[in-house]
Design a protein around this ligand. Structure first.
Ligand code: ADP
Length: 377
């Protein structure tokens, strides 16, 4: 029997809110998304009230989870707050069996550090973002294959699809199952290709129209970062939402990022967008590890001939001009598109091919930057 929105509302009516009425009547709920046993909604409150609502949020999750037929629940607490202010720290819970890494944990709390206000994520040594100034440039494809390249270098790697406007990681990885919960009520990431993977797309359908306001984005992503039993990771690759708007800025500011990789195509327009991406990370003091030029040149799948159809080399010049490392160029190639869209990413499915080698070379540069940044810290 499938779960209905009414059942969810009925269960929420019994949850007490700090306003003294049942949660369903407190006037704070977003639209409730129910699909295939997966339930997602947010509670929208003033920033000053956020702490008082955390227990209502947890109770709401438990109440909905108790409905027969509900497999996964995610309730985001959305706190409206002034841009630039730090969010309330999330509740700190430990998943059994998740050993925090202390030896090479990024330093937190140091004065002036970009990560000063960002709580570390137990078990994760470094978080890096893959960003783009606009959608459709191959950011997600690059994030996944970069994660696989880092895996091939012997690192323990996770991938968080934070592109909640259009989560494509379920399609790119072929993952269609729902994450289960552990005893500590944390979501267990899906392990595929040796990566620990989490996406909002595992909870809602890819084509579900999601209208997110900035604070909701942050709240949902914070929960995916912190309420997931990631285990021990050397690096978590975050596939950012495309663009450089307020939501992305808040995200860059509030996720404890060690660095960022910007993906651009060679077209001018895209490069302008990439420049905005650089400026955004600069603003929040997150080092940009470099620019990747995707769809850099067309490589004919039949004869292998290379054609610079977009006027190639723009990203490299731009990177040089801006003093940012250039990480590499990835051709526009049929096998990258086909493997991406069939859930068999090229680094994993064609490990000895030329494209895997390109992604691994980019991964090696990112790893070096990461090590340099950790050493410098
Ligand atoms: P974004 O995350 O920037 O929106 P995606 O990674 O989802 O972009 O890629 C958009 C489309 O372009 C997908 O169909 C993907 O398979 C394809 N694509 C991405 N990079 C390449 C490439 N280098 N060669 C061929 N197709 C690519």
């Amino acid at each position: 029997m499938s779960v209905t929105q009414q059942q969810v509302l009925d269960s929420l009516a019994k949850v007490k809110s700090p306003r003294g009425v049942g949660l369903a009547n407190a006037g704070v709920l977003s639209a409730i998304s129910v699909s295939d046993g997966k339930v997602f909604f947010s509670i929208n409150v003033e920033a000053s009230e956020a702490r008082a609502w955390e227990s209502a949020r947890a109770e709401a999750e438990a109440a909905v989870r108790a409905i027969p037929g509900v497999a996964t629940v995610m309730v985001a607490l959305t706190a409206e707050r002034k841009a630039g202010a730090a969010p309330p720290p999330p509740p700190h819970r430990h998943a059994p069996g998740v050993a925090p890494v202390s030896s090479h944990q990024p330093p937190q709390g140091a004065g002036g550090s970009p990560m000063a206000k960002q709580a570390e994520i137990p078990g994760i040594s470094a978080v890096i973002a893959v960003a783009s100034g606009k959608g459709g440039v191959g950011k997600s494809t690059t994030a996944l294959n970069l994660a696989l390249g880092l895996r091939d270098l012997g690192l323990r790697v996770g991938l968080l699809d934070a592109d909640i406007y259009g989560p494509s990681v379920p399609r790119l990885t072929g993952i269609h199952e729902k994450p289960q919960l552990n005893d500590d009520k944390k979501m267990i990431p899906i392990v595929r290709f040796g990566l620990a993977i989490m996406s909002i797309g595992f909870l809602v359908e890819e084509d579900t129209a999601m209208i997110w306001r900035g604070p909701m984005v942050m709240s949902a992503i914070t929960q995916m970062l912190r309420d997931v039993a990631w285990g021990t990771l050397d690096v978590l690759v975050v596939d950012m939402p495309p663009g450089t708007g307020d939501a992305q800025l808040t995200l860059a500011q509030n996720v404890p990022l060690r660095g960022a990789v910007i993906v651009s195509t060679p077209q001018d327009l895209s490069l302008i967008d990439a420049r905005r991406g650089l400026a955004m990370f600069k603003k929040v003091n997150v080092p940009v590890f470099g620019i990747v030029e995707n769809m850099s040149y067309f490589q004919c799948p039949h004869c292998g001939t290379r054609s610079d159809i977009f006027g190639h080399g723009g990203a490299r010049h731009e990177a040089e001009r801006l003093g940012v490392p250039f990480l590499g160029e990835i051709p526009l190639h049929m096998s990258i598109r086909v493997t991406s869209d069939s859930g068999t990413p090229v680094v994993d499915s064609e490990p000895d091919g030329p494209h895997a080698a390109i992604y691994r070379a980019i991964a090696a540069k990112v790893r070096d930057q990461l090590q340099g940044s950790i050493a410098a810290a």
